[in-house]
Design a protein around this ligand. Structure first.
Ligand code: CA
Length: 447
């Protein structure tokens, strides 16, 4: 029996800081900043059209854009220099842009890790535990939106809006232990089984952790961040069996896995109660609050993977240098709380590969097939966004002339497969992309 133990300490930091500063201008609105009334200033739009635009922009499934549909920014700038009344500064948007983007967030994760290795004949056990402490520090601005009174100049409106922003901050710290356990059993040199159990957490986005409310008096809604949002918990289980053929000629692997996620985030809506302790000194009773909350339900993702590798040494001549491989992965998931269906997973993925390796020459041919997958679902209308089946093939060739010089030729996506995203019941095209093929070739010198 062998016993090993170790301890590791590590610190990670993630930080985000944003500032927004810029000036917004309106053209043709006149001093009041409103289009379509008496003080408007007419613009010679035909004279300002961009003449250098391509003849036509064609996008698959969308209307084309004709020449002259865009305004030329240099022409507009020249025109406004000669006609200052055509441009009106927009200090209101400058205020919302500035305060809306001023954010500073820092998260530090201190972690300690302890593990042991225990060997009892053919069995190896690796129990471990990870301790993590998360410390958040953030500052930003939150806005209480009030209806702007009529009759104010743009500058007075900007001052009115500026007074609605209040600084907010978040300081929080939490820590926990996350156990994990790995085991390996060698039935023989050829047959090995492994299993693992791990617990991990997923932390909320920074943007959601800073206190911040957007109150809309017209719509009677409050959309707010939730500084009390906790990380979600994930528990992973997997089991793999590996079988190695004799004389290193290949292997078969099979694995099953399951991931349970608890305490996941969900957008929740509810009417704000009245009373002095409702968080707003009794104001806004009945307004609809939207915020992210942790939901105790469990989301389960599970699947299996099969893999096969075979050296083709039994073939005649040069063919005996070939190595073939194939794999298949299947994943299924229950929807997260509040969602109608699970999205963002690739349910069926196939891989095929053929490698030729003779020492000097190595050629890799790879084929990947990703069956249709769902990227999102509208939980109100049930409208789905679906990616069509996608397959692609890559070829890589390396020829070593000498110890120092290699010729290489990388041809990615040589079938030039496109990506197509279809939306809704009628499968309208929502996105079309041809990633294109790419060829990378040259000589590599190593000394
Ligand atoms: Ca106007």
């Amino acid at each position: 029996m062998v016993l090993q133990a170790g301890v590791l300490y590590d610190i990670q930091e993630r930080a985000a800081a944003r500032t927004g500063n810029g000036a917004r201008w309106m053209f043709g609105s006149g001093p009041d900043g409103v289009f379509g009334n008496a003080d408007d200033v007419a613009l010679p739009l035909v004279q300002l059209a961009d003449a250098n635009m391509a003849a036509r922009w064609n996008m698959h499934g969308f209307p084309s854009i004709n020449p002259g549909s865009f305004i030329s920014m240099p022409r507009l700038a020249d025109y406004v220099k000669a006609n200052p009344a055509a441009a009106t500064a927009d200090p209101v948007t400058d205020v919302t842009n500035t305060y809306g983007t001023l954010k500073d967030f820092r998260e530090q994760i201190d972690a300690g890790y302890a593990m042991a290795t225990v060997r009892i004949q053919k069995l190896t056990l690796v129990p471990g535990v990870r301790w993590e402490r998360t410390t958040d520090d953030g500052t930003g601005f939150a806005r209480v939106t009030l209806p702007t009174p009529a009759g104010l100049t743009l500058q007075q409106q900007a001052d009115f809006v500026r007074a609605q922003y209040k600084p907010v901050s978040r300081h929080a710290s939490y820590s926990d232990f996350y156990p994990n356990f790995q085991a390996r059993y060698n039935f023989s040199d050829a047959l090995i089984a492994r299993t693992a159990y791990t617990k991990t957490i997923g932390r909320p986005n920074f943007t959601n952790l800073l206190p911040g409310d957007t109150i809309n008096d017209t719509a009677k809604t409050i959309s707010r961040n939730n500084p009390d949002l906790e990380p979600f918990n994930a528990t992973n289980y997997d089991l793999t069996v590996e079988y190695y053929f004799g004389k290193n000629t290949g292997n078969l692997t099979a694995s099953v896995f399951r991931k349970n996620i608890e305490n996941y985030f969900q957008n929740v809506q509810y009417p704000l109660p009245g009373g002095a302790s409702n968080g707003y000194d009794g104001q806004y009773e009945g307004y609809i609050v939207t915020e992210n909350q942790n939901i105790t339900a469990t989301t389960r993702t599970e699947g299996f993977e099969l893999g096969y590798q075979q050296a083709l040494r039994f073939l005649p001549g040069q063919f005996k240098n070939l190595l073939a491989s194939a794999s298949y992965t299947r994943v299924r998931s229950t929807p997260p709380p509040g969602a109608r269906e699970a999205t963002g997973i690739f349910p069926d993925v196939y891989n095929l590969g053929l490698t030729y390796n003779s020492g000097r020459l190595r050629v890799d041919l790879r084929y990947n097939m990703r069956k249709s997958w769902r990227s999102s679902i509208n939980n109100t209308t049930g409208e789905k966004t679906v990616f069509r089946d996608n397959d692609r093939a890559d070829l890589a060739l390396n020829y070593r002339f000498s110890r120092h010089y290699t010729f290489y030729f990388d041809w990615r996506n040589f079938m030039n497969e496109e990506d197509l995203r279809l939306v809704g019941l009628n499968q309208r095209v929502g996105f079309h992309q041809t990633a294109g093929m790419s060829i990378n070739t040259g000589f590599r010198a190593e000394f």
